[in-house]
Design a protein around this ligand. Structure first.
Ligand code: GLC
Length: 537
């Protein structure tokens, strides 16, 4: 069994996890110091198995690292290659794997490749990026728009041509139809694998290849228009998700497989799960894992979660492993999304139970284990380029510094201030306040994660929905050989009796502190408001 199928991943927004040199920005040495918190081999620690580090490459930070100016180096802000080596060694000593963020779709406009490419139409690197003449009216070559707003094309005075950028003008798109670019990116992958990293999270992998003729996108029917899916008022038919991207992914998979068991999780930011499923290929020849973001967009509703799970279970090819995510650096934190004055904490425990007991690889986001909510960012402190253009959807609130303790800077930094303001509630919500409290959210995550490790039905078992619940409950079975676990989740804020077939079960874990572990009669099992239980059958 490949390790990434059983692992619990933990996303670290490196800038915000732990500062070690007092500059107010998180770094690799700081992260290394916190490894024991993440997994010291005992159930005192959180117990995660793999860390995904957001980009650590040199970057002028127009998009906070997602604009890379050197793919095979570490930004001095985060440390050195030696710091990374030390992190990898220390992590491996604790059985923690490290995956890096790979950003192949675009570089920084300050990457030397782009510097050469923009020099002249005849430059040997010209075709490493996507350059086109203006349209007849002098405007952009087609109607494509940037995911961050405005046209996806910028005219470069030096040569009078436009270059393509799916995101900021400071993030020109590489031309992955050019074999030289493909080779260069494979060398980057090899560079890090040779250094001992355990794999990659691949940024917007579905965008790497665009329509060969760069045709304009059609418009959706007005009644279908969706602000996010159809950003810019367009159907994204030609600017992403092209068939040839799968050739590149197959070639990357062959490369990965040459190194033994390395992971790759692709950010396939598509709304149609059937299209996401295609990035697994036949289940063994493309991505080992693809992000499934459906929970990020889900209402707090049992039927909605159940249908998302059943959909992905039905769509994946045999052997393919689903993934689940509740929060990330690109979306409001789920502790805020699903908040409720009376049930907020209980909901956080329920969501965690779902995330960690479904069939699939779970990805946690730093701080969710202590219930971090979105921070408040005053207008003058906004950093995120999206937040500067569209304040309502800025991504700074979910990127505030990790809340280690109730001190002035929460144990994150010794500097007078951090790069983003701390969430004010850090005085109450922090690791130190929860670490020794079994009733804390951290205590619950920790118990759940260590329990999962010991329970093959949860890490390897099949998944089956169970029709046992009244309204707003979600019940499922996980089975591995003779080992059977039943998970029953109540999304309602009222109690819910279940309708399970008669039999005996043993409560292993409940999100409610009131329910004692031990034997129960299944036929008379009722869930408390917002309660989830995990039962051995
Ligand atoms: C991905 C990243 C996001 C970044 C964008 C452009 O969606 O997760 O943070 O801004 O790609 O690289």
């Amino acid at each position: 069994m490949e390790w990434w199928r059983e692992a619990v991943f933990y996303e670290i927004y490196v800038r915000s996890f732990q500062d070690s040199n007092g500059d107010g920005v998180g770094d690799l040495a700081g992260l290394t110091r916190r490894l024991d918190y993440l997994n010291d081999g005992t159930p005192r620690s959180l117990g995660v198995d793999a860390l995904w580090l957001t980009p650590i490459n040199p970057s002028p930070l127009f998009d906070f690292g997602y604009d890379v100016s050197d793919y095979t180096a570490v930004d001095p802000l985060f440390g050195t290659l030696a710091d990374l080596d030390r992190l990898i060694t220390e992590a491996h000593a604790r059985d923690i794997r490290i995956i890096l963020d790979l950003v192949p779709n675009h570089t920084s406009h300050l990457h030397p490749w782009f510097g050469e490419s923009r020099r002249a139409r005849t430059d040997p690197k010209r075709d490493w990026y996507v350059w086109r003449d203006p349209a007849a009216d002098g405007g952009p070559p087609n109607n494509w728009v940037s995911s961050f707003g405005g046209p996806a094309w910028t005219r470069d005075e030096a040569t009078g041509q436009y270059y393509l950028h799916s995101f900021l003008a400071e993030q020109p798109d590489l031309n992955h139809r050019n074999p030289a670019v493909q080779q260069a990116m494979e060398r980057v992958i090899e560079f890090w694998l040779d250094r001992g990293v355990d794999g990659f999270r691949v940024d917007v992998i579905h965008k790497m290849i665009k329509d060969a003729a760069l045709r304009s996108n059609p418009r959706p029917a007005p009644e279908e228009e969706h602000p996010v899916k159809h950003y810019g008022g367009l159907l994204h038919l030609h600017d992403e998700d092209q068939p040839e991207v799968h050739d590149i992914i197959r070639s990357w998979r062959r490369l990965l497989d040459r190194y033994g068991e390395r992971a790759m999780v692709g950010e396939v930011y598509l709304f149609d799960p059937a299209r996401v499923a295609r990035y697994y290929g036949n289940g063994h020849d493309e991505l080992p894992l693809a992000f499934n973001f459906s929970f990020l967009w889900s209402p707090w509703d049992a039927a909605a979660f159940r249908s998302q799970v059943e959909q992905i279970e039905a769509l994946l090819p045999p052997g393919a492993q689903p993934t689940y995510v509740l929060s990330s650096h690109d979306a409001p934190r789920h502790r805020s999304r699903f908040d409720d004055p009376a049930h907020g904490e209980a909901r956080a425990r329920l969501a965690a139970m779902m995330l960690l007991t479904l069939r699939g690889t779970p990805f946690l986001y730093y701080g969710e284990e202590i219930g971090m909510r979105d921070g408040f960012i005053p207008a003058e402190r906004v950093c995120d380029p999206v937040g500067k253009r569209f304040p309502a959807v800025g991504r700074d609130p979910e990127r505030t510094p990790m809340q280690w303790d109730g001190g002035r800077m929460a144990g994150f930094t010794t500097a007078a201030d951090a790069w983003l303001p701390l969430a004010e509630e850090h005085q109450r919500i922090n690791v130190a306040a929860q670490q020794d409290d079994p009733r804390s959210l951290f205590g619950f995550y920790r118990r759940l994660i260590w329990h999962r490790k010991r329970t093959a039905a949860l890490t390897r078992g099949d998944y089956r929905s169970v029709d046992a619940g009244p309204d707003n409950t979600f019940v499922y079975l996980r089975e591995h050989g003779a080992e059977r676990r039943l998970v029953a989740l109540n999304f309602a804020s009222e109690p819910r009796p279940l309708r399970l077939a008669p039999g005996r079960g043993r409560v292993e874990l409940s999100t409610s502190f009131e329910r004692p572990p031990g034997e129960v009669d299944l036929a008379s099992l009722a869930l408390a408001p917002s309660e989830g239980v995990l039962l051995a059958l």
